[in-house]
Design a protein around this ligand. Sequence first.
Ligand code: PLP
Length: 337
Amino acid sequence: MSLFALPRLRLAHLPTPVEPLPRLTAALGGGLELWVKRDDQTGLAFGGNKTRKLEYLMAEAQAHGARMVITAGAAQSNHCRQTAAAAARLGLECLLVLVGPPGDPHPTGNRFLMHLFGARFRWTTPASRDEDLQRAFQEAWAEGKRPYLIPYGGSSPVGAAAYAYALEELLVQQDFHPDVIVLASSSGGTQAGLVAGARLLGYRGRIIGISVDAPAEVLRSRVAHLASEVLDRLRAPGTIAPEEVEVVDTYAEPGYGVLTEREEEAILLAARTEGLLVDPVYTGRALAGLIDLVRQGAFAPGTRVLFWHTGGTPALLAEPYRAQVLDAASRYNGDQS
Ligand SMILES: *Cc1c(COP(=O)(O)O)cnc(C)c1O
C-alpha cells in the first residue's frame, strides 16, 4: 500500500500520534469510541494541517527556483503563520495578503507569530482578496523576486495531496481503521486529500467534513473537484463526484471566526476532560459539531470515531478569542473564579 510519490521536503514531525479520548467519550455517552489524530502536533511553529501541505508546496516552490512565497488568509490565519515559518526555515521571503484592517499595534496569536518570522504584509478586504493576491504576485514577479503563489489555505492539488499521504500514515499506524473520520473543513484541501486517499487506499469509512464557513453544496463540489485533481497528480485514474463527499454545514451558520456557545463548550470540554486544546475558529467548531452529532445519536454504539485535529491553537491566545473563552470558563465554573 503505497501512493505515487510527489517531491517533498521534510518539515513535519511525523507520524503524529493517534490517541484515545476516554474521558471525553464518557462525558458524551452513546457507547462510542472517540480517538484523536494529533495533527496539532505536526511541528513547525506550533503545528497544524498546513505543515503537511507545506512539505509539498515548498518542494514545488524550490523546484521553480522561487526566492519568495506569497499567500493570503484571515488576520488570524494559521496557514499564513505556518507559511511564514516554513519560508524562514528555507531562507525565502514571505509576503502575506491578509484580510482585515491593518491597525493593531499589539498583534496577538498567529499575527504576532507572522511578525516574528519576518513576513511582510498587505491588507485587503474579502471582496478584493483574490485580485490583491494576483497583483502582489505580478508586482513581485516584475521586481525579479521569482515569487511562488500558494493559494488560500494551501489548497492546490499538490498541497491537498499531503492528506492522501496522511491517510496512508493513519491506516498503517497501529492498524487503526476508524469507522468515521471527522474534521474541520474550509478551503477543502484537507478533506480532498483524505477523500482521494480513501479511494486509492480502499478505505471504506466515512469522512465527514464539518464546514467552518461555506454552505454544504459549495464545499462538497470544491472538495470533489480538488480530490479529482489530487487523483490526477498521483497519477491515478478516475474522478470524485460531489455526492461522494460528506459535508455537514449546520455549524457554519454564525460565519467564519465567530465564536458561539457551541465552540466555547467544545473548547472547555476538551480542555477539562482530556487536557486537549482546540481552537476557536476551526477545531472548536468541528469538535462542537461532533459533540452535537453524538448527542443526536448520529453514530451507532461501538462506532470508532476519529477526530482529526487540524491544529490552530495559537488563535486561542489571540484577542478577542482569549477574553471570550476566559469569560465562558468563568461561567462554566459557576463563577467560582
Ligand atoms: C486551515 C485549517 C483548517 C481547514 O483546512 P482546509 O484544508 O482549508 O479545509 C482546519 N483547521 C485548522 C486549524 C486550519 O488552520
